[in-house]
Design a binder for this molecule. Structure first.
Ligand SMILES: [Zn+2]
Length: 73
């Protein structure tokens, strides 16, 4: 299973978790403040097309992620 990085939208806490492929964090909670659905952050490794989020692969330059929700680009 891949390790995904998440960031709480409420308190800004960042944490990593081993998740099943395709985990989006919607069903998770922040370990710090228990806010639901932390944002998933794309970290170092490349998982283009593997997470099944949006496919495509055109992505954005700065973060090379298939979804720009993480870098705000
Ligand atoms: Zn939090």
């Amino acid at each position: 299973m891949p390790i995904y990085e998440f960031r709480c939208h409420k308190c800004g806490h960042r944490f990593e978790k081993l998740c099943p492929m395709g985990e989006t964090g919607k069903k998770m909670q922040c370990p710090d403040c228990s806010a639901p659905a932390p944002n998933r952050v794309m970290s170092g490794f490349c998982a283009t097309g593997a997470d099944g989020d949006s496919g495509g692969g055109s992505g954005c330059g700065p973060c090379s992620a298939s979804s720009c929700g993480s870098c705000g680009h």
